[in-house]
Every structure is written in structure tokens, then in C-alpha cells.
Design a protein around this ligand. Structure first.
Ligand code: XIL
Length: 330
């Protein structure tokens, strides 16, 4: 077996997956394949603000704790996902931010980051500090290309640097990551996003912002164009800025592939290989993480943009619904 996953592991990179704690706690079979296949784990939703702080005055780290406990028991490295993500804001926080002064918003952000990172200091080695802060999958209304979120409204564009500085204060040893979507395919608007990432990251590094890693989500879509040469150049330019690179949420939406499972699995494996061949070639690439490990646990079936027109369930991951290896893994 020497597919992309095998190659990643042989190169000494961490291969890992995002896992839901409920499945982890329920299924011995799932625990077995996680221990077998993954050198790195992270919660899927477990460390998002909406799960940890569902309502004022109540914090719930139990789901995240069970992922952390499992990984530590199995010698797996840990990532934390994600401190600042507009989609994970519970509504009560969004309401508070809307009426907060910048100083109050900063105070709130600091307390959240201290609480989450402080709990796992020395255990979670890298954190997604920012997730999906650029506009682009949809209209780009601002000159600076930032997505319009409650954090931006409350704190202004300085919130990006601020979040990294607060995270660095909370755990100086953690590897701090900016994680971003929609940078993989060959579209004009993606090209524009890549350029915005490079410019902004370079400026942040010059200002001494403690961002050490850049995360490329890699939610690939079967019928979207991929240009290996352009993607390779983007990775090289990222690496030249002195950051490490992580592939953080790899999966392949198989919508455009035929219904037949074998044909679909081949299409998915081929796309994964084309993508990872480029990524694994880049010296700055450090981690490869899939968004789920087996097809029974993928977010794609629940997402309107990703549901298959024939109603069948997506097969985007290295193992099938019965947790058997697919060509993607081999
Ligand atoms: C997804 C989860 O997998 C779903 O269970 C949840 O309902 C929504 O979020 N980009 C990200 C991830 O950064 O956090 C998202 O995870 C998938 C897209």
C-alpha cells in the first residue's frame, strides 16, 4: 500500500483526520481504525465556540476532552480547530459582539482564547487561530478582501493580528495557523484569493505576527479544474514566506463521478493523488489531514452544495462506509 496516505507517512509527515467525539465514544471499530491509520487527530466540531459555549455561562469541554484523551493515549499529535470562525459563533455571542465596544470585544476574544488554549496547553500542538477569514466563495465587497463577519464588524481588520497575538500569549509553544478554504482549484477568483493570501501573510510576517503555519482546507470537487503547476507555485511561494503548510480538511466531493461505487472510488483516488503528488513534493508541507476518515462520517451529505443529484451518499474519504480501505488509501 503506497497511495498518498502511505507516501505521507513514509515521508515522516503526520497523516490524520478530524473525528466526531460521539462516534469515537460509541464505536470500538472506529477507535481501532483511528489508532491504526492516524498519527494526528482533531475534533470535527468539538472545539468550535458553538459547542464549547452553547449559551451564556455554560462551557462544555467534554466532547473535546474525549478526543484529546484518546489521542494522548495513542501517542497521536493534536490540532485545535478553530478559535475564530464566523460559522461557529453561537447566536448569543454574535448578539454580544454586535453591541460590544472594541475593548469589550477584545476582552471577550482574549478570554475565549485563554480558556480554550489554556485548558490544553502542552497537549494541542497546533491551533487554527483563524478559519476562513477571506471573502471569495461568493461576493468580495471589501477592497482588502476580508469576509464580513461579526469579528470584523466589532474589531476592524486588526482582529487578524490580534487573534494571533492573543493566541501566542495563551500558549507560546503552540504552532499558530491561519486556515483557509477555496485555494485549490483553477478559477480566476481562486487565483485572486491566492494572491491575497500571499500579500497578507507576507505583511503579517513582516509585522512580527506569530503566524507559523498556513492551512489549506482542500475540500476538492470532482468537476472543478485543478492546475498542478499553478498550485505548486502557490505552495512554493507560501513556503518562501517561512511558514509551514498543512493540508487540513481534505476530502473529494464525488458529485460529477458516475453512480457506480468502484468508478467513483477510482475518480476520487485519482484526484486525491493528483493533488497530493503536488502537495507532498513541497518541502514546507508538514501535515495531511482528511475531514473524516471513512465515508460513513462525511459532512458532504448534509451540505446543499455537495449533495449528489442522484441522492446517493458521497464517497469522499480513504475508507468506505464499512471502514474498509478504498483506492484512496492504498
Ligand atoms: C463542518 C462540520 O464537519 C459539520 O459537522 C458542521 O455542521 C459544519 O462544519 N470547513 C471547516 C470545518 O473549517 O470546520 C467545517 O466542518 C467544514 C468546512
Amino acid at each position: 500500500a503506497d497511495g498518498p496516505q502511505g507516501v505521507a507517512m513514509r515521508k515522516g509527515l503526520a497523516f490524520g483526520a478530524a473525528v466526531p467525539s460521539n462516534l469515537l465514544n460509541r464505536s470500538a471499530e472506529f477507535r481501532k481504525i483511528l489508532a491504526r491509520d492516524c498519527g494526528l487527530l482533531l475534533g470535527n466540531n468539538e472545539l468550535k465556540m458553538a459547542v464549547v459555549m452553547p449559551e451564556p455561562g455554560r462551557t462544555d469541554f467534554a466532547p473535546a476532552d474525549s478526543v484529546v484523551r484518546f489521542a494522548r493515549a495513542h501517542g497521536q499529535r493534536l490540532r485545535g480547530h478553530a478559535l475564530v470562525w464566523h460559522e461557529a459563533l453561537p447566536s448569543w455571542v454574535a448578539e454580544q459582539l454586535a453591541k460590544a465596544s472594541p475593548a469589550q470585544a477584545e476582552d471577550f476574544l482574549r478570554r475565549w482564547i485563554d480558556t480554550a488554549m489554556g485548558r490544553y496547553r502542552g497537549m494541542i500542538e497546533s491551533w487554527d487561530v483563524l478559519n476562513e477569514v477571506l471573502a471569495g466563495y461568493g461576493p468580495v465587497r471589501r477592497e482588502d478582501g476580508l469576509r464580513e463577519t461579526p469579528w470584523l464588524a466589532a474589531l476592524g481588520p486588526g482582529y487578524l493580528d490580534l487573534a494571533f497575538r492573543l493566541a501566542h500569549d495563551a500558549d507560546p509553544s503552540a504552532v499558530l495557523t491561519w486556515n483557509e478554504d477555496s485555494l485549490e482549484h483553477d478559477f480566476g477568483w481562486v487565483e485572486a484569493r491566492r494572491a491575497r493570501v500571499l500579500t497578507r501573510l507576507e505583511a503579517m510576517r513582516k509585522r512580527g505576527v506569530p503566524v507559523r503555519r498556513f492551512g489549506i482546507q482542500a475540500h476538492l470537487v470532482s468537476d472543478h479544474p485543478f492546475d498542478a503547476a499553478k498550485f505548486r507555485r502557490f505552495l512554493r511561494e507560501l513556503g518562501q514566506l517561512g511558514v509551514g503548510i498543512a493540508i487540513t480538511e481534505l476530502d473529494i466531493d464525488d458529485k460529477a463521478f458516475p453512480a457506480d461505487p468502484a468508478a467513483r472510488d477510482k475518480g476520487v483516488a485519482d484526484f486525491a493523488r493528483r493533488f497530493l503528488d503536488v502537495a507532498l513534493d513541497e518541502p514546507a508541507l508538514l501535515d495531511v489531514v482528511t475531514w473524516g476518515l471513512f465515508d460513513g462520517d462525511t459532512w458532504l451529505n448534509d451540505h446543499p452544495d455537495h449533495r449528489r443529484p442522484d441522492g446517493r451518499r458521497q464517497r469522499p474519504l480513504p475508507l468506505d462506509e464499512a471502514m474498509r480501505p478504498k483506492p484512496f488509501r492504498e
